[in-house]
Unconditional design. Sequence first.
Length: 584
Amino acid sequence: MSQPPGQQPPQGGFGAPYDPPPGSYPPPAAPQQPAGPYGAQPGPQQPTGPYGTQPGPYAQPGPYGAPYAQPPQGYGYPPQPAPQPPQSGGPRGGGRLRGRTGVIVAAVLGVALLAGGGIWLASGGDGTDKKPTTAGHDSGQPDPSPSPTLDQGDGKGDGDDDGTLTPREEAADINSRRKPGEAKVLWLQKSGVDLPEGGEDVYGPWFAGDTVVTAMYHSITGYSIADGTRKWTLRLPANACAAPTQPTADGKIVLGIEHSTASDASCDNLQMVDLTTGKLGWRKAYVRDGAWDGLSDLAMAINGDTVTVGRTSRTDAFRVSDGKVLFGKLPGNCQPFGFASGPVAIAAASCQTAADDHKEHLVQRIDPATGKVRWTYKVKKGWQVEQIYSADPIVVSLTQGGQKDKWGVLVLNADGTYRTQLSGGPGNFARTCEKDRHVQGSNLDSCVGVAAGANTFYMATGAVDIKAGEGNKVAAFDLSTGKFRWAVTSPADQPLSPVRTEGGKLLMYLGAAKNKGGGIASIPSTGGDWQMVLRHPASASVVERAFFEPHISYVDGRSFLTYSRISGMDDEEIETRSLAAFGN
C-alpha cells in the first residue's frame, strides 16, 4: 500500500491530499457491527451477480458502452453556439442549484432581501421563452395526435425542399469519399424538434435490444441501431428534466419530467417508458419538501428494479416495474443525495444540522429495495463527495470545501473500508460531468474522461495544444496502491479520452480534427501502443466536429455520437444532426 495520505505532498495535479479519518486504513481485520446505520464499517459485503464482471462507472448489462462527452473548446474543436448553464450557489450535498433553479434561487433571495423596501423581483423561469405546445396529460398516456413540434420523418426522405441533403443522402455522400481502412457512416439522424430559444438537454442514449433511445424536451424517440430508422416517438406529458444514465436490464427507463408545460413548472413527476415497445408506462408525482429540496436538481439512478431520485436533502425510491414507493427519508439526519446506477447501489449521503450546513459526507452501500444501509464509509470532515467515478471497483471523487482545485480520488474496498487514494501522474486532469453539460439534472455517475477496470483506473488530461504541437494524455493508476503506472499521448490535434474497459483493454475515443476523422482506439491495461479499433472517415470530420460535447457510446462494434444539449436558435436545431452511427 502507498504511504498513508497526508504523509505525501500533492502530486500530479491533485489538490490538497485527502486524509481519511483515523482508523480507516488499513482495512480492519475484524470489523465491528455498528450500533446504528452510520457507525463503524460492518463486515465485508461482496457484490453478487454479474456486477463484479462489469467494471467501470457506466457498466451496463451486455456490451453497452459508457457515454463520453467531448472536451470543451480548448481541445481544438470549433466554437459552437451551445449556451452555457448559469452557475449559482447553494448547499453542498447533492443536486446543485443551477440553470432554471439557480435563477429561481436568485429571485427568491432577491425577494427576501428587498421585499422590506417595497421592491418585488419576479423570475421568468430559466431565462428562456419556453412555449408549451400542449397541456400536460395526468393519465400518463401519449397525445394521440402527433406533436406539432416533432418532425415525424425517419431521416431517409427523398430530399428537403430547400435543396439541402437529407441525413440519408449526406451519409451516402460521406461514404462515397471514404479512404481504405475507414469505417462507414452507418446512418445520421436529425433532431426534428422545434426547441425554445435557450435549447434543451438531451438525455440518453440508452440501448435496448435493437433500439437506441434519446429523450429531449417533450419527446422520447427510439431509432433502429442497424439503419437509424425512427421506430417510435412518444409525446411526453411535459418537459424531460432528469434521467438515469442506465435503463433496467429489461429495457425500461424512468424520466424526471415537469408537472406541467408551464414555464415555471417544477421537476417533480416521474414517467416510466418501455424502451423495447416504445410505450409510456406509469406516471407518478412526488413531494419535494422545503425550499432547498424544491429547487435542487435531481440525481437519478437505476439499481435493479429500483429508480432513485436524489436531491440535496433526501432520496425517494420507486419500483420501476409498477411505480410502487419503496422508501423515502431514512431515519436520522444523514440522508443519501444520490446513487450510481448498477446492480449494486452505492450512494453518497450528507449529514446536516441545518438546510445549508452539511457537516459531513458519507459513502454507503444501500439495499435499493428497502433503503437498509449495508455499510458506511465516513468521509473526513471538510471533504465532500463530488462524483462516483466507479461503483465496482469503488472510486470516488472528493473535493475539499467544494473547490475543484482541492481534489482527491478515493478508492474503497468492496466492504466499504479504505483502500487507497490516487497520486502522481502527468497532472492537469480533466473531468467533465453531467452538471457541466446539462442545465437540469446532476447524476453522480455521469462523468466522462474516466474509466475503471478490475485493478486499473484511467483518466484523461486537459486540452491538446495545437500551437505547441502537444496532445493530451490518458493516465493509468494502480487501484491497489493508488500510484501512477503509465500514460499514453494523443496526436497534437486529436484528444484521447477513456470510454470504458473491455477484455482487459481500455477503449478510448479519439476526437476528430480538420480533415481527420475520429474513432475508437484501444490499449492494454499494461500500457504500450494504442491501436485504432474503428476509424471514422475523414470525409465525416465536419459532421463529427459539429457534435459539441457529445456522448460517445461503443456498442457491438459500432460507435454512436449524440449531443448533451442542443441549442434552439433560429429553428436550425430541427435539421441539426443529433445522432450519428459509425461501423464497418
